[in-house]
Design a protein around this ligand. Sequence first.
Ligand code: PLP
Length: 230
Amino acid sequence: MGSIAENLAAVKKRLEAAAHRVGREPEDVRLVAVSKSVPVELLKEAVAAGQRIFGENYLQEARPKIAALGAGLSWHFVGHLQTKKAKAVVELFDLIHSVDRLKLAQALEQAAAALNKVQDILLQVNLAGEETKSGASPGEVAGLLEEISKLQHLRVLGLMTMPPWFPDPEQVRPYFRALRELRDRLQDLRLVDNPLSELSMGMSHDFETAVEEGATLVRVGTAIFGKRGS
Ligand SMILES: *Cc1c(COP(=O)(O)O)cnc(C)c1O
């Protein structure tokens, strides 16, 4: 691994190449630097290299980082979210990628209303029905979206998924495609006023495939910061 700046440049170059392969504009894909378990010093290096969007999984860990790095950055919550943490997460994060149940949405709605904020969210979908992963099942998503569309302080911008892991990113492609197709079907239902424009999919191992399949947000940790815990 090189420096953070070198890693970021390499990831961006691969992202651009993937976008161009399918005739997309690289600017239409935002890079979320997933910084769970990464010390704040390394986040500062990423900021110095121009990175502005960071993804965190744990509230306790994110809080001091957000305080230390200050304004001008965008924080995305990408981890499993407990209802009791809704208030703090709404205070700190611009986009929550991991809304997967109505109870959680209602808690976020209440927190956002109290802050007079409209909270942007994504609905997390568990495409393969994996027991170990969060996410609504594909069949549940339309109903969930319909219920959430009644909540005044939440705005659903699209979908997020964490597909099963395969050694070959080509094997993940059908899941990325399935998320895009699910988004297209939901879009046709016109349950919300705004377009469901965001698809959060792809990590270090497979973000290029995700970009080829329409990702607008890729969540990349290891390829930027190195292996966690080493
Ligand atoms: C850790 C994590 C990532 C980043 O994974 P890498 O393989 O390190 O790129 C992306 N999304 C979520 C939800 C994560 O928890």
